[in-house]
Design a protein around this ligand. Sequence first.
Ligand SMILES: O=C(O)CCC(=O)C(=O)O
Ligand SMILES: [Fe+2]
Length: 351
Amino acid sequence: MVEQLGELRDSNDAKNNPEELRRRINDEGYLFFKQFLNRDNLLELRRQILTTLQEGGWLTAGTDPMDGIADVTKRCTEGERKYEDVYHKVQKLEALHRSAHWPETLDMMEKIMGRRGMPVPHQIVRLWFPKYTQYTTPIHQDFVHFQGNFDNITVWAPIGDCPIELGGLAVVPGSHKVGEVLNHGFALGAGMLNLDVEKEAIRHPELTSGWHTTNYEAGDFLTFRSLTVHKALPNVTDDKMRVSLDNRYNPVGEPISERMLIPHSPVGELTWEEIYQDWQSDDLKYFWRKYNDPIMPWDMQYSNKGFADTVDRARAGEAHAIQSLKTTAGNKSNTTRGIMSKQVLEEIGAD
Ligand SMILES: O=C(O)CCC(=O)C(=O)O
Ligand SMILES: [Fe+2]
């Protein structure tokens, strides 16, 4: 059955009216602006990222990197070792980190939050291969992955056009009104935490407004609250990479999780010193130190619960859960989770 998708509401009509913007984000949990970001900056970022992918062998040889034509034999995703090498090169791009400081975004954050928003240094780029749909980002609330405080806001922007078939983001309008972190279990896919909307909707009628998305174009800008329920749509194109940005903003003075101050690297180590190695300017290096937002320890409860659910599902024979334990056993063999994954795989005869 083809999923019914509603259209995101464009808030450009209110972009200079902070009161109305706040009213809308408090009511609907998101704001969407068509053609909001400076297109030249965005396309320059696309050029740099896709050139990095081309050099890493992820794009079809001889094609224009700007077209993002994937070599599907190279498919890989977050959490897999072979993803890291190219991903780390993307993370080292100065232009990527500068994107969190684009003035139109900072200005919009200030309007929405009523005070300045500090860009969260832990920026994420999504590099999504076509027809790798079992790894699509599951249904979640960002709080489980970023923590800190409920007023933290996410900005998601495609780096290039992103029609529905390329797998953009979809939100459930009004879902933040649940007012709490919902129960997240296991799913394969970025973040590996998934919430069962239909089950949760029994307790929470706010979850019944359906999925909303759009045919995104370069420059479009989606922002939402840390309790807003969202997911990615699958990239069902034959050969196109989906490339997108997710940046977050912390209302200045509010607590931020310690993990948000280190680079995003799902498997291997990556340090700021490595990231800064070839930068042309120094102004953004360690910029967050001047804000002094209180730092909170990382709370493992969501990830522990997700892992316990993975183990239960693997024991029940669920293929994706078994696959996930295999990845953890391979990539994190020296950690408690890696060792436990190996033990469970042995126990169920799947090693
Ligand atoms: O782009 C994706 O696949 C996931 C993005 C996401 O969940 C976010 O921006 O919070
Ligand atoms: Fe998210």
